[in-house]
Design a protein around this ligand. Sequence first.
Ligand SMILES: *[C@@H]1O[C@H](CO)[C@@H](O)[C@H](O)[C@H]1NC(C)=O
Ligand SMILES: *[C@@H]1O[C@H](CO)[C@@H](O)[C@H](O)[C@H]1NC(C)=O
Length: 230
Amino acid sequence: MGPGENHLPSPSHRSCLLLLLVMSNLLLCQGKLCPSCGPDVSDTSLTSLRDVFTDANRLSHDFHNLSRIIFSEFDEKYAHGKQYHIRSTKSCHTDPYNIPEELEIALHTNNEDLTVWTLVLLYAWNNPLYYLANEVPNVKGVSVAILLRIIEMKNISDKLQEFIQDQFSKSIVPVLQKMHDTRTTWSGLSSLTSSDEDRRHSEFYNLFYCLRRDSLKVDMYIKILWYRVP
Ligand SMILES: *[C@@H]1O[C@H](CO)[C@@H](O)[C@H](O)[C@H]1NC(C)=O
Ligand SMILES: *[C@@H]1O[C@H](CO)[C@@H](O)[C@H](O)[C@H]1NC(C)=O
């Protein structure tokens, strides 16, 4: 536990945040969750800091929303009546990082760890997203609509990475260290390009399932960071 430990949100703030997470109603919850654990800023830059966080908050919301749409479109169009959810391993290339998805844990985590987790997830998805986005015309077996949404997600991910790198530059070294130590890579490429349709679809199913899960974490962490801006 780091410095955030002493700044646990009060129960009322917690339920307020919960509401915020559920409804994304940014205006309902005005208050200071963690006044002293935000990024270092002077008073003059507070307004612009709030603005960049509000932008990031919107981006991460869209990021997760797109992943939900992609998963349900794929599920409806290609996985209906198939047993991909049973057959697929339901393991994600980001699992070895052990990044928690429980709101309670995230709320009790300091900003540095939250930004490290966010960046690790975004970096870890660069490979699959870039691959899919750049191979749009060549990827068989998913609709153009889905692939366009993936390109949009990749664009949003780039912007979120820039945002975190700018605001929390101290996190970059621990992120790279964590990724270096964990040594996990995405290895679904050969399945995505397989001529066996079932194998391909099964891999897409798994990938989109993981993307939806991880993008929810990213969205949650960024909302918490946003909420802690004084
Ligand atoms: C999710 O995205 C779709 C398509 O862009 C949009 O129509 C919908 O309003 C979005 N939903 C939320 C909750 O933002
Ligand atoms: C993604 O970003 C590229 C480069 O900035 C842009 O040309 C493209 O229109 C964007 N695509 C989507 C779907 O957002």
